[in-house]
Design a protein around this ligand. Sequence first.
Ligand code: SF4
Ligand code: SF4
Ligand code: SF4
Length: 354
Amino acid sequence: MQSGLMTTYQNPTQNRNGLAWGLSALLMAFYVDLYFTDHLDTVASALHLPSKWTFYGLIYTLAMCIGGWFMLRKHGNSAYHRWRTISLVAVQSVLGFLLPLVLDFLGRPSYYFSYFFPLKYDILFPGTLKDMPVAVACWFVFGSLVGVPTLVYFQGKRAYCSWICGCGGLAETFGDPWRHLSDRSDRAWRIEQVSIYTVLALVLVMLGLVVGDAYAADGSAIRDLAGHTKSFYGFAIGSVFSGVLGTGLYPLMGSRFWCRFGCPMAAILGLIQKFGQFRITVKKDMCISCGNCSAYCEMGIDVRAYAMAGTDIRRASCVGCGLCAHVCPRGVLKLETRAALGPHGKIEVWTLDL
Ligand code: SF4
Ligand code: SF4
Ligand code: SF4
């Protein structure tokens, strides 16, 4: 049994009781303050930081470092969790915080090099690309359209969602204590499918409108529509859904509320994963139905049902965090890619130490 499993449900902050509600309210209040007031700009200037976004980046990175430390104390006995936690914290610290900070201090425009379209929804807007140096624009276009999709085809969503992405990084470190609170009902799965593809459709429509707008004449209807769609998306999805609710609901609905119900990138990467080489293999007739895997799946996947049926898991929503395999007392589950299978379909154990 892995460290921490026995006590999870006894902890008052991990149980959806009063303390968890209070914590959730505090997190939401912080995000409302961040997005909709200038109060944190004052705090930032007192700390000699360029803006409230730098201050937020600092808090975010610290939360990931501290959360990562606790994550490693709990699950660092596995090489997979050690390396992916180190990778997440390093990517956030260097690409998500230090590099933009240095660029800011040098008076250059700052970029978050680890975020791509459609998670960073305006990165492929013609107006955004036009203002970038050519090499930077190429990085974002290539990463969004070729780099990340190819990586995910071969390695699964985990390559981005559990090793690189800053949002996933916060969930895997700071949010780890609440991973067991994800709703595992069929109803939640149905809502997830509708919700996530709706956000994806919205982001694609918005991109179409903005591209159309770039060629539209002044005063055309498309210009108005593009403007309204951008404001709506920025407010409703970019700020409220991903920030206020996405992180604010950690203590009540698990650490991947945004990844599961809102992230448009998850929708695209999930489809690629479905047709790609990644899956979780199940050793037949080994499962004792203890339910640890389902309890600790942050994406609300009922892993036990697959294990009991002896069926490999190829769910689009799986972010490949590997916790299901890690907490399984019988070694039933294993994260695999097709390339990891030997010539006769035999699983090579060295590929991922889980
Ligand atoms: S689902 Fe979206 S926000 Fe979550 S880790 Fe993946 S890309 Fe990042
Ligand atoms: S199925 Fe396993 S690897 Fe996939 S998200 Fe759930 S716990 Fe993580
Ligand atoms: S797969 Fe492992 S963790 Fe999941 S129910 Fe079966 S024995 Fe338990």
